[in-house]
Design a protein around this ligand. Structure first.
Ligand code: CA
Length: 759
């Protein structure tokens, strides 16, 4: 108060001097709160370096143009907001910079909100050089947004948003009040870091608007941002309002697309999509009226359907606001698409989505697909699209599109930007502009904060630790191990008397060229996967003889607490035997709110097991959630298994996810699935799996293969299997009306079911 009084006196005495702004260093939350009450335009609060725990920070006040109220860190990146922390900004002309949110999560619906309350939204305010890293709520289905921009004329720039694992948009712009519309926000030079697969709707990285207010313009500009591995769901960006501009952004290895989901008159221009051949990487999905898609560059994209390089959708006639407004008056010009899987028209055409695009121009695009793979497809009427000047090279073209593009080899070379362009001068006006810049990683985010590398899951530390046989030697070795270590077990017997928690990435393997070590365990589970855990087992024998009879026995299980991180589990050359102590003893059980990015079971043998080999069917509420993204079961033998080899469940009608994606190949299944406790009706049960390949397996005396399709366009191949003494596969469609959509070839069946051997 005295300082403020002093300032007033100084001003009164020296009227000729400009107003002197003050810098105030504050050391704790009460000093901060005290100081906040006394701020004037031009003042700066400096947060002292260090940890600010459980800080629900609020900034509000009236700054002025060119003279904002500033809250910043003493040194950039040295102020950590941890625990239950958040930031709310009200007022106008507020500037916040230099904060890092980590080691905690927001107790509120947002980490950073551009409003203090419903009636105090931020205007002309800016958040810059601020980091939110891993600040996710622990339960993946507990919803929040990391950043929500309300109000008008706000800027969010040079920030890092890394690793959101729970449900809810990473950055949202809201239009839910009159004063939040026509908002002219600027979102630029941010680093949107890896967002792992959520396994449900709600994994968008950026959303502007909602269906309810999608008839309003947002006029937000999203420029010069990098989206690096932002693969939460099929929409990387969901634009749900009008008048937005997406320009100069770079998408790296990001599954999904920039989706113009609702709202009209948006511009998508000069963006670069580099998929590097990663699954489901896509470009732009077009819905609604008067959209402009111009001068974008796409390379190495592998998505199809909703995740195609370009997906021009069919709409719903007189669509309700939350469905699909038909494409009308779109301009899609001078885009380059090379080395990509699919460009598709009338995507989503069905009885409801029956309105084809109209008054649309598709011109001067350079289109390059993958040899031998269908590239240009349409699923309905394309007479409302004017095609002109398009060139095509590589990938197959459906007959109805053949006269819409000029096909033929095009010689390409890389320009200074690293992008591919035709060498023929005559094609200078085709494809993306020659001066398109590719924004560098060093141009986005806070310059002082590292961007995460793309490291291998297993063996990353480079350490190999030898473990000797004995009682609990393995327990001690795992407790002492570091993330990325390899534990190498010599021949002999290993007795494990407690369930071993796995909260890091570990490899446990038998030494090369020696007899496999034998592990026995005296608890209902051998391994429990926890937050941060990944497990690779190689060249081991695991024997269940010492396990006690307990409900829910499982050699590997997940903790009953939710797990944020998507785990990986690999078993290779492992022999698992004698899990028989109770009626349903599984090998691997993935529980609720756990998602494995990948489970691979290869070159292994399983015998005398009463339960399932892999149970990934805990998400039974039919919200489109599931427990495993990629599953590979190849080259194994399964003998006398009471439950199914794999039970995968993804229920409901949601269309927002990529997986599950399942390969089951070259296995033998003998007497599998026949225990009365197997409720799945199959020796393999896949429910709602999006992509499945069941190939060259030998079924003998087992329950049938059972595949149930739910929503979307599942791709299922069942090829070259032998069904001996095993009923024919069961294929069911729950929603699609028609014959089950299964590609079958080369399967052989021997109808030799012995009477009395009924299931
Ligand atoms: Ca979505």
């Amino acid at each position: 108060m005295l300082a403020r009084l002093g300032l007033v006196i100084v001003i009164a005495c020296c009227m000729a001097l400009p107003l002197k702004a003050e810098d105030y260093l504050v050391r704790n939350q009460s000093e901060y709160a005290q100081r906040l009450k006394q701020l004037e335009a031009g003042d700066t609060i400096i947060l002292a370096n260090g940890e600010w725990r459980d800080f629900e920070m609020v900034v509000t006040g009236k700054g002025a143009k060119g003279n904002p109220i500033t809250v910043r860190s003493q040194d950039a990146g040295k102020v950590l907001l941890t625990g239950q922390s958040s930031l709310r900004i009200g007022g106008e002309y507020i500037l916040v910079s230099g904060l890092v949110f980590k080691d905690g999560y927001s107790p509120r619906g947002e980490v950073i909100a551009f409003r203090r309350s419903k009636t105090d939204t931020a205007h002309n305010s800016r958040v810059t050089e601020t980091v939110i890293d891993g600040f996710s709520k622990p339960d993946r289905y507990d919803d929040d947004r990391w950043v929500t921009i309300y109000g008008r004329s706000n800027r969010f720039d040079h920030n890092n948003l890394i690793g959101k694992t729970n449900k809810g948009v990473t950055l949202a712009v809201r239009l839910d009040s009159e004063e939040s519309r026509e908002n002219n926000h600027l979102i630029d030079h941010n680093y949107f870091g890896p967002r792992p697969v959520l396994g449900s709707n709600g994994g968008e990285t950026l959303r502007i608007g909602t269906s309810k207010y999608s008839m309003f313009n947002s006029n937000s500009r999203v420029e010069n941002n990098v989206f690096d591995r932002t693969s939460g769901e099929v929409e990387i960006i969901s634009s749900k309002s009008g008048g937005n501009v997406f320009r100069g952004n770079v998408f790296l290895q990001s599954s999904g697309t920039l989706t113009l989901r609702h709202g009209d008159n948006n511009v998508v221009e000069g963006n670069v999509f580099l998929g590097s051949g990663k699954d489901y990487t896509g470009g732009i999905r077009v819905i609604n009226r008067f959209q402009t898609i111009r001068g974008n560059y796409m390379e190495g994209l592998r998505g199809e359907a909703f995740s195609s390089a370009l997906a021009i959708m069919n709409g719903v006639p007189n669509s309700p606001v939350n469905r699909y407004v038909e494409v009308e008056g779109a301009t899609i010009e001078n885009n380059t698409i090379v080395d990509s899987r699919r460009v598709a028209f009338n995507v989503g055409a069905d009885e409801e989505r029956s309105a084809a695009p109209s008054k649309t121009s598709f011109a001067n695009n350079l289109l390059g697909g993958l040899d031998g793979i269908s590239f240009l497809e349409s699923y309905d009427d394309i007479s409302g699209i004017a095609f002109a000047g398009n060139r095509h090279s590589g990938g197959d073209v459906q007959p109805q599109l053949a006269d819409k593009v000029m096909s033929g080899a095009i010689e390409m070379s890389r320009g200074a930007s690293g992008l591919l362009y035709p060498t023929d001068e005559a094609l200078a006006d085709v494809g993306a502009p020659r001066d398109l810049r590719v924004l560098g990683l060093n141009e986005v985010g806070a310059p002082w904060y590292p961007k995460p590398a793309n490291l291998p899951v297993f063996g990353g530390s480079g350490n190999i630790v030898s473990v000797q046989p004995g009682e609990d030697t393995l327990v001690a070795a795992i407790a002492a191990a570091k993330d990325g270590d390899v534990l190498e077990l010599g021949p002999g017997a290993y007795i494990v008397n407690r369930t071993i928690p796995i909260d890091k990435s570990l490899t446990v393997r038998g030494a090369a060229g020696k007899a496999k070590p034998v592990i026995q365990f005296g608890r209902p589970s051998l391994f429990e996967l926890q937050e941060g855990g990944d497990l690779q087992l190689q060249k081991l024998v695991i024997d269940g003889a010492l396990a006690p009879d307990s409900v829910g026995n499982s050699m590997i299980k997940t903790t009953s607490f939710p797990i944020q991180s998507n785990m990986e589990i690999e078993l290779d050359q492992v022999e698992v035997r004698g899990l028989v102590v109770n009626k349903s003893f599984n090998v691997i059980t993935l529980g609720k709110s756990a998602l494995a990015q990948r489970v691979a079971i290869t070159n292994s043998s399983f015998s005398d097991i009463t339960g399932a080999v892999l149970s990934a069917s805990a998400e039974t509420e039919d919200y489109g959630q599931y427990n495993v993204e990629y599953l590979d079961i190849s080259g194994n033998s399964f003998t006398n298994i009471g439950g199914p080899v794999a039970s995968i469940y993804r229920g409901g009608r949601d269309e927002s996810t990529f997986g599950p994606n399942v390969v089951i190949a070259e296995n033998s299944l003998t007497n599998v699935g026949k225990a009365p406790t197997n409720g799945t009706g199959g020796s393999i049960h896949l429910h709602g799996v999006q992509i499945a390949k069941v190939d060259r397996n030998q079924f003998d005396g087992s329950l049938p293969l059972r595949i149930v399709h739910t929503v979307g366009t599942p791709k299922t191949q069942v090829t070259s299997n032998v069904f001996d003494n095993t009923a024919a596969p069961l294929f069911e469609e729950l929603i699609f009306e028609g014959e089950p959509r299964v590609e079958q070839s080369g399967n052989e069946a021997f109808d030799t079911i012995v009477v009395g051997d009924a299931q």
